[in-house]
Design a protein around this ligand. Structure first.
Ligand code: AMP
Length: 554
């Protein structure tokens, strides 16, 4: 039986290194060391998860509950715990500091050893607590864990309990560590993960059954797969050049649904893999009456249709997701229409390794065409342009351009699915820094650090860098302009007086620990230098938060 202290030591060693190769080999060594029973648990723990992603089990511990548990264990007031968090910038270190310095510490760390399994079972117990009094019971269980833990264990217990381990071990490292530990190809580990959505199961299979076992893994009904994602298309011509023939579909303005049907049992999963069946009875009914297959997994978009027959804002549909009661009344209020565009499994056969053209044939065979998204397979750019315009005119987002020969790659944002849509939002951001270029661009400031305003403190909060969308001519002009604003320089980095506003287009806002704002932009590109705007006119952190919330709802 491996102690939790062993796990904590591994985490702390990993935290001190930055080479992912080294991290991988430490994790691989640990995977080899632990027992069969512990292996699935540690594969999840090391990524900061307690349960597999597909599992319905949820810990339900937020920062407040955790602070209370630390306060109770240490006999310190919650205010003090908050101060520790502020001082250390980390809940794990704050918990350790609080509990070891608190009054109660004399009674602690005396006897016994926490095992990994014990920690896992305790977390399961916590996840199972619901209803009245459950908050107190959760706190008590956390207190038990903290009081049985040694200082180093406290750090990682606290972080695990809010499922943020922060040691930099992500999917890539775990994949490679499983491959290294059990001497199996990392592509097979990756495939197993795509299918089962659970590294725990993949690691166990690799250990016990090796390569043949991993090859046998398949898609399972009621085990949702991550959804395949799309990249932005550069343009219609470029997509046709790349793919030759393109499968074109409308990009519907709705919400993604993955539907698992087994006999008359239907389960609908959201993009976040949550079970949303109870919110979507009309979608379940549409599948029941229009799909003639016994067991099948389907992928598509549910669209809310308004009185004018146009799609309604997706917030409307999300309202349905959240609504637990009175579903039938809402269903009448907002009828949903299903547009299926993929099939991942049919009557025992995993289809994700079949080309899209073949999957599409199967989809058409078993579904009534009223619930299948229309698709044109063509290399005619004029036709694609016409479909794009038609989709926009109908109130949808644009078109998807898919490679007919491509496989379904769960969770991947690849070049086989391209989305073409007009750019909607831009942000006005302040240039607060830059980097001198290299080679031909050595005398030019080529990459710009951008920031939004914090109206509360009047400070500028960094949000990312932009280096795309800038012509050579513009670079020279900008460098001339910005040279006079340099406050300090270190290596290639320059800090600039905040004076210039860039209008920046982007694909998505993401949470990011790398920038002061806590957010980063995906694919930022310069649209315009807004010499007509002052830095006071730049967008504030509030707008970023709003845009993020809207997009996250999707
Ligand atoms: P985005 O959310 O902008 O990354 O675009 C990808 C999303 O478009 C998918 O997750 C689906 O929810 C949605 N979508 C709408 N129509 C389609 C379609 N025909 N094929 C694939 N995804 C679609």
């Amino acid at each position: 039986m491996t102690s939790f202290l062993e796990f904590a030591k591994i985490c702390s060693r990993i935290e001190e290194i930055s080479s992912s190769l080294e991290m991988t080999s430490i994790v691989a060594g640990f995977f080899k060391e632990v027992s069969d029973e512990e292996l699935p648990i540690v594969t999840r723990f090391i990524m900061g998860h307690i349960f597999p992603v597909w599992s319905k089990e949820e810990l339900g511990i937020g920062p407040n509950l955790l602070y209370s548990a630390i306060a109770k264990t240490s006999s310190l007031p919650v205010k003090r715990i908050e101060e520790f968090v502020r001082d250390t910038g980390d809940i794990g270190l704050a918990a350790e500091k609080a509990i070891t310095s608190g009054k109660a510490h004399l009674n602690l760390f005396s006897e016994g050893e926490l095992s990994i399994k014990e920690v896992y079972l305790r977390f399961r117990k916590i996840a199972g607590l619901t209803g009245k009094g459950s908050q107190d019971a959760k706190i008590k269980n956390l207190q038990y864990l903290f009081s049985s833990a040694k200082p180093l264990e406290i750090v990682y217990l606290a972080r695990l309990s809010i499922e943020e381990l922060r040691i930099g071990v992500g999917e890539g490292i775990v994949r490679d560590a499983i491959a290294e530990a059990f001497d199996v190809p990392s592509e097979l580990v990756e495939r197993g993960y795509m299918l089962t959505n659970d590294f725990g199961q993949v690691a166990f299979t690799a250990k016990k059954e090796g390569e043949p076992g991993l090859s046998r893994l398949g898609v399972l009904i009621n085990r949702p797969l991550k959804m395949m994602l799309a990249q932005i298309a550069l343009g219609i011509k470029e997509a046709v050049e790349e793919m030759g023939t393109v499968a074109v579909e409308w990009k519907f303005d709705g919400v993604r649904v993955q539907i698992h049907k087994e006999g008359s049992n239907i389960t609908i999963y959201s993009r976040k893999l949550e079970d949303v069946t109870s919110s979507l009875p009309d979608i379940a009914k549409a599948v029941r009456t229009n799909v003639s297959a016994d067991s099948v997994i389907l992928d598509g978009e549910a669209v809310a249709i308004g009185k004018d027959k146009r799609p309604m804002a997706f917030q409307e549909i999300l309202r349905r997701f959240r609504r637990k009661y009175d579903i039938s009344a809402t269903a009448i209020e907002i009828p949903l229409h299903l547009n299926l565009f993929d099939i991942l499994y049919l009557n025992g056969d995993t289809l994700i390794d079949a080309p899209l053209s073949k999957r599409r044939k199967k989809l058409e065979e078993i579904c009534d065409k009223s619930i299948v998204a229309k698709q044109a397979v063509t290399s005619d750019t004029a036709l694609i342009e016409a479909i794009y315009k038609e989709a926009l005119a109908a109130g949808h987002e644009g078109v998807m351009l898919k490679n007919p020969d491509s496989f379904y790659t769960p969770g991947k944002r690849g070049k086989n699915w391209l989305k073409l849509k007009p750019i909607m939002e831009t942000l006005d951001l302040v240039v607060i820094g830059g980097e001198w270029g290299e080679g031909r661009r050595a005398n030019l400031i080529g990459s710009y650090l951008l920031a939004c305003r914090d109206p509360d403190t009047d400070r500028f909060l960094s949000i990312g860098r932009v280096a795309t969308g800038i012509t050579d001519e513009q670079l020279a002009e900008l460098t001339n302009l910005l040279k006079n604003l340099v406050v300090s320089e270190s290596g290639i980095h320059v800090e600039l007086e905040p004076k210039i506003v860039f209008e920046v287009a982007f694909e998505e806002i993401q949470k990011s620990p790398n920038y002061d704002s806590g957010y980063a932009l995906r694919f930022p590109r310069l649209v315009n230098v807004r010499s007509d705007k002052s830095v006071e006119d730049a967008d504030s952190i509030d707008r970023i938060e709003q845009l993020y919330a809207v997009q996250k709802g999707k």
